[in-house]
Design a protein around this ligand. Structure first.
Ligand code: CDP
Ligand code: MG
Length: 733
């Protein structure tokens, strides 16, 4: 195996390598990690470091998952043992010994920032501490937001188990398209987008006593807007709490942009806010919340050997593949975690591994791959947490989702190609885009740390020790949520007609949009489409755009894939092309249904159809699920689902009315200019309009690699912009 020659140990790697230690130390110094400390200028309080209790933690993760009740005596004994282990494991977490102090700090401060390394117990333990300390009296709820769906689900399951309770009772999760909570739920894990939607409907978030914004370092547009909103909610709740906790009918507070009528007469307590982060800059959050207090919890870690390549890897996918097999054939037991940048990479590597695994000698142990990334359906994400079957080695192919937000048991080897697909948010333009960039030092450290969770581990970094992982973009994500960022989001909502000029939710558009579990622009598109009488087409478009790439183009079969796509292509652009794919897939399903096929056979037929047509089956399946769920929502809202038939001009006009904020115009030099931001952009090669360049188009995604690319385009007539979005465009005359 080639990589072996190229891999060498870092100059010294006694456990952990001094390098790693230095790196960690430097990072901690940045955070002031010598214990509990304040990021503000108040006097610092200190809590000593922690040691882990190794035995119990490692043992418990070998146990099977939580068994149901009504069990045999053996099972009951087994359950009791598992509960005992979980108790021990909880007690051994770094956060356990600071429970009292943390609760004290929460009581004393309305806003508290908690920084602690991954695995210190923030996400699973703190909400339970709050519950035990009485923060759920009067039926109030503790809400914890996660930037990722999978984290909300896995953590809620884990915490329900720790509480020895069924999921959906005391502990539950609520994510888009999936809600496990009940009236009894007191500890509620959810995505930040979901809480944002709740805030639109209940402006004071009155059912919550505490909101924990978790993984705040993973700043998304949602987190930014959420933080701004929470600050405001907290402020108004403190005003009402001071007025004997009653909202008076005559309140005319101009600084409030939400409707308070709905809450009249409700008793309001102050809202506690806790911002949690695994890394770095607590200060920017602290500043944002008026010098809020920050506390730091120290983590625990087994030593990890760090190995680097001698030369830079031009093809990190191939290097990852080679390294996986090298570990499998030469290293002792333990699962492998490889970090990749996205679904496409994960799927193509998965296939390559399957191919190569078939050539393994029969006496060797097998390889079991399991992918995990945000857009993968939740049940499939759960596979990554299952133990590997006997005699196999689990290889988890993950995006940076596995860096901090979820903990996968059993990992001993980490492969880090050093790249990440990052969401870059530009507060000036108000656009979010995806770019592939080298990881930051902090990320590389986080990744290697995943190998040392349960015992000593190894991390293979597929880049050179000295090369290119300075924190080149860190600042982008850690900069404090700016006023501009929040104003931009509000401006966008106003332009979409969701908010009125004085920042109230408009009726009916804003209220309808708030009910749809979608990005505001997509919600708006559905409402517009019902007016244009082409909601059937728009539902398909929105579902198809909500999943990762529908088209599958393996590098070795690019030509075939292109030819296959031809049959769906519309010269009008990608949106109609997606509609064509969806309808063709439905037709395939209908055909086998008419032949009275069973559901399993139908799925098989669809799977085959996808393979023949170079369509990503998983993405398509996911799009179908999303479709049926949104369809349910729009029907409930009383929107009319009708089709525009062959009138593609009508549909393109509707797309223009919906996505007018994303319009691009061809320039004399052949490049494009995004009209809202004046950014220079190119048409992405994956677009059907790449060959036949339109004069003007709307687009749905901006991708930044070496250039700014726009994806998912439809050709439009520029005159339509002023006609259909006069609030934004004016014609020059
Ligand atoms: O949030 P933080 O990274 O500080 O830690 P956590 O997510 O609360 O995890 C604390 C510990 O709980 C982990 O080290 C795991 O041992 C355990 N855990 C688990 O077994 N299963 C989960 N789904 C989540 C956590
Ligand atoms: Mg956490």
């Amino acid at each position: 195996y080639e990589v072996k020659r190229r891999l060498r140990r870092s100059s010294s790697y006694s456990s952990p390598s001094p390098d790693l230690q230095a790196e960690a130390k430097a990072l901690r110094r940045k955070e002031g990690a010598s214990g509990l400390r304040l990021a503000s200028d108040r006097p610092a309080a200190t809590v000593a470091g922690f040691r882990r209790a190794r035995d119990s933690a490692a043992a418990a993760s070998d146990m099977p998952s939580f068994p149901s009740s009504g069990a045999s005596p053996q099972k009951q004994q087994h359950n009791a043992r598992r509960r005992q282990l979980i108790r021990q494991q909880r007690k051994s977490l770094p956060i356990a010994s600071v429970e009292k102090r943390l609760i004290e700090e929460v009581r004393k401060n309305d806003t508290l920032i908690v920084v602690g390394e991954t695995g210190s117990g923030k996400t699973t333990q703190l909400p339970q501490f709050l519950y035990d300390a009485g923060f759920c009296q009067d039926g109030k709820v503790i809400g914890i937001t996660q930037p990722r769906r999978v984290a909300a689900v896995t953590v809620a399951k884990r915490v329900a188990e720790e509480c020895n309770d069924q999921l959906g009772k005391k502990v539950g999760y609520s994510i888009r398209f999936d809600d496990s909570t009940s009236n009894a739920t007191r500890i509620k894990y959810m995505t930040d987008g979901l809480l944002l939607r709740e805030a639109l409907l209940d402006p004071l978030l009155s059912k919550y006593s505490v909101i924990v914004v978790d993984e705040a370092h993973e700043r998304t547009v949602h987190t930014d807007v959420l933080l701004g909103l929470l600050k405001k909610v907290q402020h108004s709740r403190s005003i009402y709490a001071n007025k004997n906790g009653k909202i008076l009918p005559d309140i005319q507070d101009q600084s409030q942009y939400f409707t308070l009528k709905a809450c009249q007469g409700t008793k309001i307590d102050p809202l506690k806010l806790i911002i949690m982060s695994a890394s770095l800059d607590a200060k920017c959050f602290s500043d944002y919340f008026g010098s809020a207090k920050a506390v730091h919890i120290q983590g625990r870690q087994y030593p990890v050997d760090i190995l680097y390549t001698y030369q830079p890897e031009s093809d990190y996918l191939d290097a990852t593949l080679v390294t996986i097999f090298q570990i499998h054939l030469e290293e002792g037991p333990g699962d492998i975690l490889a970090f990749l940048t996205g679904q496409e990479e994960i799927e193509s590597l998965d296939r390559l591994i399957q191919e190569r695994a078939r050539q393994l000698p029969p006496q060797r142990s097998k390889i079991w791959t399991t992918p995990i990334y945000s857009s993968l359906p939740s049940e499939q994400q759960m596979n990554a947490f299952k133990p590997a079957p006997a005699g196999t080695r689990k290889v988890v192919l993950a995006t940076n989702i596995a860096e901090t937000s979820v903990t996968i048991p059993g990992i001993k080897y980490v492969i880090d190609p050093g790249m990440v697909k990052a969401r870059a948010y530009n507060p000036v333009t108000g656009m979010e885009s995806l770019i592939i960039i080298p990881v930051s030092k902090a990320q590389a450290l986080q990744r290697s740390g995943r190998a040392g969770r349960e015992g000593p581990g190894k991390c293979y970094r597929l880049f050179q020790e000295t090369l290119g992982i300075d924190d080149i973009i860190g600042f982008d994500f850690m900069e404090k949520p700016s006023r501009t960022a929040i104003l931009k989001s509000l401006e966008q909502l106003i332009l979409l007609g969701a908010l009125t000029d004085d920042y109230k939710l408009s009726d009916p558009v804003g209220r309808q949009m708030a009910r749809l579990p979608l990005d505001p622009m997509y919600s708006k598109a559905l409402i517009v489409a019902s007016e244009f009488k082409c909601l059937e087409e728009m539902l398909i478009v929105v579902s198809m755009l909500s999943v990762e790439s529908i088209f599958f183009s393996p590098r070795e079969k690019l030509e075939e894939a292109r030819a296959a796509r031809k049959s769906f292509e519309s010269s009008e652009g990608d949106h109609i092309t997606l509609v064509n794919v969806y309808r063709a897939a439905k037709e395939c399903l209908e055909k086998s249904k008419n032949a009275n096929a069973k559901e399993k056979t139908m799925e098989k037929a669809l799977n085959r159809w996808c393979r023949e047509n170079f369509i990503n089956y998983r993405s398509l399946r996911h799009a179908c699920d999303v479709h049926s769920q949104i369809q349910g929502h729009v029907q409930q809202m009383g929107l009319n689902v009708s089709s525009c038939g062959d009138d593609m001009v009508l549909f393109r006009r509707c797309l223009t009315a919906a996505f007018f904020l994303n319009a691009a115009m061809r320039q004399p030099d052949g490049s494009y200019r995004a009209l809202a931001t004046s950014q220079s952009v190119q048409i992405h090669p994956s677009s059907v309009l790449f060959q036949k360049k339109p004069d003007c188009a709307i687009f749905n995604e901006l991708v930044r690699t070496s250039q700014n690319y726009v994806k998912d385009l439809t050709r439009i007539d520029p005159v339509w912009l002023a006609e259909l979005a006069p609030q934004y465009y004016a014609t020059e005359d």
